[in-house]
Design a protein around this ligand. Structure first.
Ligand code: FES
Length: 352
């Protein structure tokens, strides 16, 4: 059966039943701006920045939350659409302190980028100057600055749908609504496990990686793709680096983690620059741990293993592998123990 088609900005486009207008547009290479939309989560249609004009529809429709239908005639950048988007953006800008000059998200902020794209002027209205915006800075990893929150809800869906932690929700009603953790407690007092998915989901500067604040703008950093060193899952990381120093880590949009990370992968990288980090093998000489070369350390280990094997037999030797090394290294470790030393005493920290 032929695929259904619709008309997108004058072009005939085929689509799969069940696709949203946004998905059809993305597949056809047509840009539609989004803020609250987040891949692989249920659309909420809350920000309204993705609205499009569908012929015959009473109102503009959110592309992220409207299913495509056969024979629809859609305009994605008509004057009516652009005016609506400008209004939506102006309202979002007016809802908080979006002072881009000192905002940590400057250069990465999706609201800032859209305000520029649609040339949104300084809002003609604003919240009262004494509006009590929530601010939280009592943990070592995440800063919550709700003067910049636009209530898109992406952090909540990141927490509940992507990480399935269910630690945060949208609380209160109307102009009082805000993101709450465990009936409006701080993250530390709540069920939050500090995976940082909320920070990565935030399109503005409302949720920040505390360690990176003030350390460098997005255009001053380079990102290096690597694999998380902690466990055997092999999560893909983007390491954000400036002057050979790590500023923060985010999850790469690739298998197996699809952008997600745990608390260790995202925030546990300080050992890399720690002054106490071991950078050379240590050998105990005259009761003192002494730095030695790798050659000396390996010669010593080889001699001692040979000596123990000759004196007590291979059954007195055991090998302990690690989840922090690769499968190939673990394979070599057990092969070395079995084939070279002749013992089956091999174990692995992941078993614990
Ligand atoms: Fe579609 Fe927000 S992105 S309503």
């Amino acid at each position: 059966m032929a695929e259904p088609t619709l008309t997108l900005n004058g072009r005939t486009v085929a689509f799969q039943p069940g696709q949203t207008i946004l998905e059809v547009a993305q597949g056809a290479g047509v840009y539609i701006p989004t803020l609250c939309y987040m891949k692989d989560t249920l659309p909420t249609g809350s920000c309204r920045v993705c609205v499009v004009e569908v012929e015959g529809a009473r109102t503009l429709l959110p592309a992220c939350a409207t299913q495509a239908a056969a024979n629809q005639v859609i305009q994605t950048e008509s004057p009516r659409v652009a005016a609506a988007r400008r209004m939506v953006l102006e309202l979002a800008l007016a809802s908080g302190n979006h002072n881009c000059l000192i905002c940590e998200a400057n250069g990465e902020c999706e609201l800032q980028a859209l305000a520029y794209r649609y040339q949104v002027p300084t809002p003609a209205f604003a919240a009262p100057p004494d509006t009590p915006y929530y601010f939280e800075d009592n943990n070592s990893m995440i800063v919550r600055d709700f003067s910049k929150c636009i209530m898109c809800g992406r952090c909540v869906r990141g927490c509940t749908e992507r990480q399935v932690n269910d630690a945060i929700a949208i609380g209160y009603r109307g102009s009082h609504n805000k993101i709450v953790a465990k009936a409006d407690k701080t993250y530390i007092e709540s069920d939050c496990v500090f995976c940082g998915e909320c920070v990565q989901s935030c399109p503005v500067g409302a949720l920040l990686d505390k360690n990176a604040i003030g350390q460098g703008r997005s255009w001053e950093r380079t990102t290096v793709r690597t694999v998380c060193p902690y466990c055997g899952v092999g999560c893909q990381l983007e390491v954000h680096v400036k002057d050979d120093r790590i500023l923060k880590v985010t999850g790469a949009d690739a298998v197996p983690n699809e952008g997600r990370l745990c608390v260790k992968g995202r925030f546990g990288w300080h050992f890399v620059h720690h002054p106490d980090r071991l950078t050379t093998p240590l050998l105990r000489k005259n009761g003192e741990l002494t730095p030695v070369s790798w050659d000396e350390a390996l010669d010593y280990v080889a001699a001692r293993l040979t000596e123990i094997k000759a004196k007590y037999g291979p059954g007195q030797i055991g090998g302990w592998c690690s989840a922090r090394i690769t499968n190939e290294e673990n394979y070599l470790m057990q092969k070395f123990m079995r084939a070279v030393l002749g013992t089956n005493h091999v174990d692995h920290c992941a078993r614990l």
